[in-house]
Design a binder for this molecule. Structure first.
Ligand code: NAD
Length: 466
């Protein structure tokens, strides 16, 4: 977890140069209370006095507005985030596909009758109704400032919720522009309210009377929020420490390139980054040679990008140095890149045990820890021997084996010979174990509650009543 500033001002910094971009005044406790009171009223109207069709129309308009604003938002996110622009643009396009997906899926969430056995339920009917959660406190993260925001904004608004949205303090400008565009699309200002600030403001938002909380970020913060949320619905999207299993029959070129992309892109600041690799001894040399060659040949500025802050880079560098001092072999990288900005060289470590911090915990930077294993059973045991359960990759030509490994891996998202592409609009993207609250629901359902209504149609009391 990055230690966020507790000072009064929220500062945007360009991580490519280290230059300060903007400062923002955090939302005060009083303004937060006012925003919540407004949003409670706004939500009543957005749900109670706005038809489903009207909300769908507004969301369609929002899709048009965001499609037009793509270059502007991508440029802004690039300034605050620094990672290669084409990667930001690709995640923008991917988030945009969520509009149509959720609008279509909303059809399935119609109030519906529940069939009753007339012999047991004379003159009675029952229905299941879907209702919004109310006002959602949405605490955002910086590494995918558009994607992570939209996979909540779209389903939450469509289903009749209001949102108090606090973007990460590291990407405030992008978050505020997204909120502005949401309003330009026709969503009332009291239905989608931006909140500015860091940890303190986030805590206050959790402690306020919001009806539900959506949080993306570190496990530590997520656990603290879980303790304070009480019985309110909670969507937690937390840290990962994703294993990659490279089987003896993997296509080495594909595996090396896939792992390199999965571990180094966006400077490794991706929740589903391939963070630890277990490679079968019989092909380890060929795989590692390829991986190291790719890592050493990457253009750090153009292909990898900077880390978000100097202190994040210092932390990653410290983990690499700690691992090397305890016996890990540094195969490439291991240095802060020369020049302005917070760049770090793509780094590959050969590791013999999993107790080193660089592999035991989530390392949020361009560092790939590789361990050679004797067989797939050992790989599976090590992969699962972790409190994290966000994602995992499997590299093999044998789809039957892949399917068995996929079912035995303790993670919410599995990729075989593939990395990082999520289902449309973030559908079913959930971790298990400490990485999130696993659920069998599709995403739209997470923003609705069900209500059962049992209606007895005649005036006479039931025979069993006193
Ligand atoms: P973080 O937990 O430090 O901060 C995330 C957000 O939470 C920020 O808006 C911050 O202001 C707020 N916050 C922090 N502590 C809080 C608290 N106690 N109460 C309320 N709000 C609080 O996260 P980070 O380190 O900046 O982000 C990177 C982490 O996010 C990584 O661990 C990464 O794996 C994870 N992540 C997960 C997913 C996912 O979908 N599972 C997606 C992206 C990032």
């Amino acid at each position: 977890m990055l230690s966020h500033s507790r000072s009064m001002k929220v500062t945007s910094i360009n991580p490519r140069t280290g230059e300060k971009l903007w400062e923002f005044r955090p939302t005060s406790a009083r303004r937060l209370d006012e925003a919540l009171a407004k949003a409670k009223k706004g939500q009543e109207a957005w749900w109670g006095r706005t038809s489903r069709e009207t909300r769908v129309e507004v969301l369609r308009e929002m899709e048009r507005v965001f499609a037009k604003a793509k270059d502007e938002v991508v440029d802004l996110a690039y300034l605050e985030l620094g990672v290669p622009k084409r990667s930001i643009a690709a995640s923008y396009d991917s988030a945009m596909r969520g509009f149509q997906h959720y609008i279509r899926r909303y059809e399935a969430f119609q109030d519906r009758p529940f069939p009753l056995d007339p012999a047991l339920w004379l003159n009675t009917e029952a229905s299941i109704r879907y209702e919004p959660l109310g006002v959602i406190g949405h605490i955002g993260v910086w590494n995918f400032p558009f994607w992570q925001t939209m996979i909540t904004t779209v389903p939450a608004l469509l289903t009749g919720n209001a949102v108090l949205f606090k973007p990460s303090e590291l990407t405030t400008a992008t978050g505020l522009r997204i909120a502005g565009l949401v309003h330009e699309s026709g969503v009332p200002e009291d239905v989608y309210v931006p909140i500015i600030g860091g940890v303190e403001v986030g805590r206050r938002l959790v402690g306020s009377g919001v009806d539900a909380i959506v949080f993306t970020g570190s496990i530590g913060a997520g656990m603290s929020i879980a303790r304070r949320a009480g019985t309110r619905p909670l969507i937690l999207e937390l840290s990962g420490n994703d294993p990659g299993i490279v089987c003896a029959d993997a296509d080495l070129e594909q595996a090396a390139r896939g792992v390199a992309t999965g571990t180094f892109s966006r400077a490794g600041q991706v929740c589903i980054r391939v963070k630890r690799v277990y490679v079968h001894r019989s092909i380890a040399e060929g795989f590692i040679d390829r991986l190291v060659k790719i890592a050493a040949g990457l253009d750090v500025r153009e292909q990898v990008g900077p880390m978000i802050r100097a202190e994040a880079r210092d932390r990653v560098h410290g983990l690499v140095q700690d691992a090397v001092s305890k016996g890990a072999k540094l195969l490439t990288g291991g240095n802060k890149a020369f020049g302005p900005g917070y760049f770090y060289e793509p780094t590959v470590l050969l590791i013999k045990d999993d107790s080193l911090e660089v592999i035991a915990k989530e390392t949020f930077g361009p560092v790939c820890s590789v361990r050679v294993v004797e067989d797939e059973e050992e790989a599976l045991r090590l992969a699962n021997d972790s409190p994290y359960g966000l994602g995992a990759t499997i590299w093999t030509k044998d789809s039957g084996k892949a399917s068995i490994l996929a079912s035995r891996l303790q993670a919410g998202n599995i990729w075989v010979n593939e990395w990082g592409r999520s289902l449309t609009g973030g559908e079913y993207f959930q971790g298990c174990k400490c990485s999130g609250i696993a659920s069998s629901q599709e995403r739209l359902g997470l923003f609705l509650r069900k209500k059962s209504v049992i209606l007895h149609r005649t005036p006479e009391p039931r025979p069993s009543w006193f």
